[in-house]
Write a new protein. Structure first.
Length: 162
């Protein structure tokens, strides 16, 4: 009579720290996968948005990197989440609010930040803009976002007076 082959499956044994690492990784991956659908498209809780784009210049030259942020101006009756856009190498930006294209309608205070290119020697590089532009309250920049219009809002920054 022939004996049947029997396969025994064994799970690898991990130490407690390896088990914790595996659990944390699995939890992190699950959170990312659950969050992906929420970041796509606009949320029904967002107020009306309009597309906003433009170019940022410093002393007449395109700002090659940085971030633009439009903060609704509550002193002018505007409310809602801020809109943010990355500045590309050509100085252009496009705003997004909570994963949706555009910015809340109405008046905004504008903030612009930009730093030197990070290097191994300077991983936390200094700003290339005057400090006044780092805050929407001190930048002196304002903009109105309007419905059904081409909201091209160019921002001309100056290195003097910051």
């Amino acid at each position: 009579m022939a004996k049947s082959a029997r396969t025994t499956w064994r799970l690898p044994r991990f130490s407690w720290s390896e088990n914790a690492t595996v659990c944390l990784r699995s939890a992190a991956i699950a959170c990312v996968l659950l969050a992906l659908p929420a970041g796509c498209g606009s949320s029904p809780d967002l107020p009306p948005l309009a597309e906003v784009h433009g170019t940022v210049t410093l002393d007449g030259q395109a700002l090659p990197r940085g971030t633009v942020q439009f903060v609704p101006d509550t002193s002018r009756g505007n409310r809602g989440p801020a809109a943010v856009g990355e500045i590309g190498p050509d100085g252009r930006y496009r705003l997004r609010t909570a994963g949706a294209e555009g910015a809340v309608l109405g008046w905004h205070k504008v903030r612009v930040t930009a730093t030197e290119e990070p290097t191994a020697q300077f991983p936390d590089p200094p700003s290339i803009l005057p400090s006044k532009y780092n805050s929407a309250d001190t930048s002196g920049l304002t903009a109105e976002v309007k419905a059904d219009e081409d909201n091209r809002i160019d921002l001309a920054l100056e290195s003097v007076g910051g």
